[in-house]
Write a protein that binds this ligand. Structure first.
Ligand code: ADP
Ligand code: MG
Length: 233
């Protein structure tokens, strides 16, 4: 599903150049649940943003579902991103003046689906994350865990091949973090490929494979004896 080789990325800050990714190689098969772990500033978000086609590498190759991503023109890249990738962020990134249902339906609006279909599909995804009763509520009427569930439903609405989550539990307490990871495990059990960025070892342990990032390189890539989230609560 994902194949990257010799990926490099630097940021220019004034006269200085910060070399963040220094030759990353890894691949992810369809259906995997992988965490990318590393301390703050190790380049996790930089890597995830490149995988999510939100940013481009300076060097190296990135093949997503058989397509070389480099040098795609802007329009095709955007279509590709909308069709293949779903995003979940630490800060939820919900639209504050739209209800839970309308937030989930938004990607379907951009994909041009008719209103009835948008609402039906959005509702079914809200049901999936256990929030059908909260469809008409605004984000500020929801708890952190509920907001993240809405964001997960929204990410699923466009039926992406790969779900990319950047510190999805970073703003949540421990119990809620485990519940959100439980949901992520459940979505992966249904066959969806998921990458989770985290700096927390406990969270990474709830995926199937941990890729450890340090000083711009992968220093460890190992399978996890998966702990079910429920066992931790
Ligand atoms: P992580 O997600 O692991 O905390 P990041 O990928 O966000 O790490 O950042 C890696 C390094 O790159 C950090 O030192 C950060 O300050 C720097 N960095 C990230 N984004 C930018 C940017 N847009 N411009 C300049 N430096 C950046
Ligand atoms: Mg980050």
């Amino acid at each position: 599903m994902i194949e990257i080789s010799n990926l490099h990325k630097s940021y220019k800050t004034g006269a200085n150049k910060l070399h963040v990714l220094k030759g990353i190689n890894f691949s992810v098969q369809e259906g995997e649940l992988v965490s990318i772990m590393g301390s703050s500033g190790s380049g996790k978000s930089t890597l995830l943003n490149i995988l999510g086609m939100l940013d481009e590498a300076d060097e190296g190759s990135y093949i997503l579902d058989g397509v070389q991503i480099k040098n795609l023109n802007e329009k095709i890249a955007a279509q590709y991103r909308n069709k293949f990738l779903g995003f979940i962020f630490q800060s939820f990134n919900l639209i504050s003046y739209k209800t839970a249902l309308d937030n989930v339906a938004l990607p379907l609006y951009y994909q041009g689906h008719p209103r009835n279909e948008r609402m039906d599909r959005a509702m079914s995804y809200l049901e999936k994350v256990g929030l059908a009763d909260w469809a008409g509520h605004l984000p500020n009427e929801l708890s952190g865990g509920q907001k993240q569930r809405v964001a997960i439903a929204r990410a699923l609405a466009s039926d992406p091949k790969v779900l990319l989550a950047d510190e999805p539990t970073g703003a949540l307490d421990t119990k809620t973090s485990y519940e959100v990871m439980d949901l992520i495990q459940q979505i992966n059990d249904e066959g969806r490929t998921i990458l989770v960025v985290t700096h927390e070892h406990d969270i990474a342990q709830m995926t199937k494979r941990i890729v450890n990032l340090k000083d711009g390189l992968i220093i460890e890539d190992s399978l996890v004896n998966q702990i079910r989230a429920a066992e931790n609560v």
